[in-house]
Design a protein around this ligand. Structure first.
Ligand SMILES: *Cc1c(COP(=O)(O)O)cnc(C)c1O
Length: 222
């Protein structure tokens, strides 16, 4: 199937309140433009160099999401234009992202990444750290950031029960911080979870933003 057909099939399958981030990492401009011409406007990249280069070359109404692990010395390359940063996984990123947002005289939308997987390689805050961030009003130190919600990645496993439990855990945390800290539903409303292999389980467990690459663009050749 073509990119356009893959995209149409996916859009038909997911509820309309779920936002689709088309993960175009490693894919050429032509592939992105195919999806763009079919109406897709939100694209995700995980490498800063690629993100910046593609944003420079491709249509200006694309909303670029940074979905990868953030190295703080590279924030300056995407701070001027990024639409949403998914992987804010430690205090240093909050601090440096805020600094670059100030320099660019803008407010940057971001998600706090939560560690939910049974793997040591995935990044993120623990549930306790997330609760503490709100309890201690830490985010008030970063007025040029708007924390829009949470992001998480499940364990890479065929065990769908385990994946469902991990997503459900993140959804509970999301609901809990909203209720406990009286967060505004107009701003804190994004729960980014689900990729090609697990987005149906993620949506069943409360995701409203999925990040899908392979299922749209095909396998990646690194
Ligand atoms: C690559 C990537 C995705 C998309 O993965 P697919 O399995 O190709 O859908 C989603 N989220 C993050 C953080 C990624 O790095």
């Amino acid at each position: 199937m073509s990119i356009v057909e893959n995209l149409a099939a996916l859009q038909a399958e997911i509820p309309k309140e779920v936002t689709l981030v088309a993960v175009s990492k490693t894919k050429p401009d032509e592939a992105i433009l195919e999806a763009y011409n079919a109406g897709q406007r939100i694209f995700g990249e995980n490498k800063v160099q690629d993100l910046a280069a593609k944003a420079e070359r491709l249509p200006k109404d694309i909303q670029w999401h940074m979905i990868g692990h953030v190295q703080t010395n590279k924030i300056k390359y995407f701070a001027p234009f990024v639409s949403l940063v998914h992987g804010v996984d430690r205090l240093k990123v909050l601090k440096e992202l805020n600094k670059e947002a100030v320099k660019n005289n803008r407010v940057i939308d971001c998600l706090l990444q939560v560690f939910i997987a049974d793997e040591e390689t995935k990044f993120g805050f623990s549930a306790e750290e997330i609760t503490a961030l709100f309890k201690d009003k830490t985010l008030e130190n970063y007025p040029n950031l708007r924390v829009r919600g949470l992001m998480g990645m499940a364990t890479f496993t065929d065990n769908q029960t385990q994946v469902a439990e991990e997503f459900a855990t993140l959804k509970s945390l999301f609901d809990e911080v909203i209720a406990t800290f009286n967060l505004q539903p107009s701003t804190f409303n994004v729960l980014s979870m689900g990729m090609s292999g697990d987005y149906p389980v993620a949506i069943k467990n409360g995701s409203n933003m999925i990040r899908v690459g392979t299922k749209i663009f095909g396998e990646r050749n690194y």
